[in-house]
Design a protein around this ligand. Structure first.
Ligand SMILES: [Zn+2]
Length: 219
């Protein structure tokens, strides 16, 4: 299935270096991105919340995420979600979490209109294709158009994202006995994920963790 899917995109140029690429990105950039993979991809917070990350937000992976977001490289988003899914399976998490509802961090409708897609949703789509989990992109909705979190200090981040999410229409169609897993493209301090998690908890939905494509090094 994976090969069929990839073959749809044969012969496109690599979005990162414009060389001819056989599998969305060229083998040269693929090697460089692989160097960004984290050796230890998961950790548990003190309250038993899983933070699962594919790579560190740096180098070629950082460029690939920028290319996805700002050059509209949707195929790249799904592809990177598949990497995340593969790492999830390799880590044995599918045995541990047999059924999950996967929820991408939503964009505000205005931002979605500008960009044309939600990068976290594309990653979640690739992720669920590999893991077989149920994808619910509208279980959360963003009701506040926040400014970019980068460069904000912790208290400004918290204020910026406060009350940004509400429960969405997918609440009517989910199996409420499944725990939820949040998916995002970049994980920094966890402020956004915590805010999303609070909304889920309010609606009696357990969230086991976040699967993120990349994680910013915390020193
Ligand atoms: Zn390349």
């Amino acid at each position: 299935m994976l090969n069929n899917f990839l073959s749809l995109f044969l012969k496109d140029n690599c979005p990162l270096c414009q060389r001819t690429a056989e599998k969305i990105i060229c083998s040269y950039c693929q090697q460089k991105i692989d160097l960004c993979q984290l050796d230890s991809s998961q950790e548990l917070t003190s309250d038993n919340f899983l933070i699962f990350a594919w790579g560190k937000y740096d180098g070629t992976l950082k460029r690939a995420i920028a290319s996805l977001k700002y050059n509209g490289n949707r195929n790249l988003g799904v592809l990177m979600g598949q990497w995340l899914g593969k790492k999830w399976l390799d880590s044995g998490n599918k045995e541990k979490y047999k059924k999950l509802t996967v929820i991408p961090i939503p964009l505000h409708p205005e931002k979605l209109k500008q960009r044309g897609f939600n990068q976290a949703e594309l990653i979640a789509r690739g992720f669920t294709r590999i893991t077989g989990y149920s994808l619910k992109p509208n279980l959360l909705q963003r009701v506040k158009d926040t400014t970019a979190m980068f460069g904000l200090n912790p208290s400004a981040r918290k204020k910026n994202i406060s009350k940004a999410f509400e429960i969405g229409k997918d609440l009517a169609t989910i199996n409420k006995s499944y725990p939820t897993l949040i998916v995002d493209d970049i994980y920094t301090t966890g402020t956004t994920v915590n805010e999303a998690r609070q909304v889920l908890t309010k609606h009696k939905l357990l969230s086991v963790g976040v699967a993120t494509l990349s994680k910013v090094n915390s020193e």
